[in-house]
Design a protein around this ligand. Structure first.
Ligand code: GDP
Length: 147
């Protein structure tokens, strides 16, 4: 997997519960991303704390960890040129009220916390987050020889 060519996303519990997985995947596909790894799983409280460790001093940390471990999520690695920035554009602002028309968060988020999807904010974090959920045997980049 080449840095710069992939990003990590997670469909958050509310979006999964409301049946938005397939509609969101449709948007992602339409924007030219290829799914190269995917699993439905449920984070324990401890795993959610680790995933969001960078936010542990923020006032909403406890609520966020509770929410993210409240039900199944779908973890996905996506391949595309310029994946991290293009995906951040596709999902829109963290707060759906400020998200641009046509973005995934504008269409599917119900609040700043329950904002439908996660998207890595750097190539470095995309790698860390992909490795958090997937082993090297569970990611299938395009144009690699598996024979
Ligand atoms: P992102 O990179 O756009 O996801 O935003 P951040 O990294 O700043 O925040 C991580 C996640 O924490 C967001 O996606 C939201 O689910 C949640 N979050 C961010 N800001 C707030 C807030 O002010 N209140 C609450 N309750 N949750 C927030």
């Amino acid at each position: 997997m080449k840095s710069g060519e992939f990003t990590f996303t997670m469909i958050k519990p509310t979006a999964v519960r409301l049946g938005k997985l397939v509609p969101i995947l449709h948007e992602i596909d339409h924007a030219g991303f290829t799914v190269i790894a995917m699993k439905m799983t449920r984070l324990s409280r401890e795993q959610a704390e680790r995933f969001y460790a960078i936010h542990k001093e923020r006032p909403f940390f406890d609520e966020l960890v509770c929410f993210m471990s409240s039900g199944p999520v779908v973890a996905i690695v996506l391949q595309k040129e310029n994946a991290v920035l293009d995906f951040r554009k596709l999902i829109g602002n963290t707060n759906p009220q400020n998200a641009e028309e046509g973005t995934i968060r504008k269409k599917f988020a119900i609040s700043v916390q329950e904002n439908a999807v996660h998207g890595s904010d750097s190539d470095e974090n995309a790698l860390i987050e992909a490795n958090f959920f997937f082993s090297q045997f569970e990611i299938f980049p395009l144009n690699e020889d598996f024979s």
